[in-house]
Write a protein that binds this ligand. Structure first.
Ligand code: DGL
Length: 279
């Protein structure tokens, strides 16, 4: 007789998406903090970067990806992209019927809790910084906080080239961060998925007095709390196997596998290509 292997609501996966590979830094934190959860990742490798696109386009792309992830029977969505969280989350939240979380609000909450002098720096893509969304959330928490934003568009290509601890990255970071340091910040939000990968370089330049906030870590923590509150955490022990983590992309980039294997604590065999524009 066939065994009944129907999944309970809690055993379903969490859907995670990003404009490309950067969201794997969030995926890594979700794996660490929720080892019994199954995760499905979608990286929009054909349409990256989102950081230079309009709100309308990023929202349309995000909605398509969520429709795709729902075909994977996910129980919740994590927008593992700062740009999509900044530009699309507020609209999507209005009509989605499963729990959803982005990376911006958790990052803002952690920074507001960490600052002592009330001066917080935010670095991110042009779209994230121009959206002013970190400013809005931080001011909501504490109107006295002073926010200094700085777009750092060269960091994403530098990371994707694997130049994590390289003199070129150090030189560019020095230029980007100079103004922020002059303004006396004591906390800096790494407001882009790729930046935690150059955390050591940033920390070296900023010195010990500036606290670096990684929204990926905070998002995984808040995601766990959100699922717990809604009774959706998987209580069953998962048998580690290939099926616990699934990866999809919109373009077959060899780079995805290479960089994924650099970021994640396990080797992935590859990612399946999806025609995302059909969703
Ligand atoms: N994932 C994006 C972010 O966190 C960076 C890459 C892009 O511009 O799409 O903002």
């Amino acid at each position: 007789m066939e065994k009944n292997i129907a999944m309970t609501d809690n055993e379903r996966s969490i859907g995670v998406f990003d404009s490309g590979i950067g969201g794997l830094t969030v995926f890594r934190e979700l794996m660490k903090q929720m080892p019994d959860e199954s995760l499905v990742y979608f990286g929009d490798t054909a349409r990256v970067p989102y950081g230079s696109k309009s709100k309308e386009t990023v929202t349309k792309y995000s909605r398509q990806i969520i429709r795709f992830l729902k075909t994977q029977n996910v129980k919740a969505i994590v927008i593992a992209c700062n740009t999509a969280s900044a530009m699309a989350l507020d609209d999507i939240e209005k009509d989605i019927d499963i729990p959803i979380i982005g990376v911006v609000k958790p990052g803002a909450r952690a920074a507001a809790a960490a600052t002592k002098n009330g001066k917080i720096g935010v670095i991110g893509t042009e779209a994230t910084i121009l959206s002013g969304v970190y400013d809005v959330y931080l001011k909501d928490i504490n109107p006295d906080i002073k926010i200094i934003g700085k777009a750092c568009p060269l960091f994403v290509p530098l990371v994707e080239e694997g130049l994590l601890e390289d003199p070129v990255t150090r030189e560019i970071a020095g230029r980007y961060l100079a103004g922020l340091m002059d303004s006396g910040i004591d906390t800096l939000i790494m407001g882009c998925t790729h930046y935690p990968l150059i955390k050591d370089t940033l920390a070296e330049i900023l010195g010990k007095k500036v606290i670096l906030v990684n929204p990926a870590f905070e998002t995984a923590r808040e995601c766990r709390e959100m699922l717990d509150r809604q009774g959706l955490l998987n209580k069953k022990k998962i048998e580690l196997g290939a099926s616990q983590y699934k990866f999809f992309v919109s373009d077959e980039a060899d780079k995805f596998k290479t960089i994924a294997n650099m970021i994640l604590p396990l080797g992935i065999l590859g990612a399946k290509k999806i025609a995302i524009e059909n969703y």
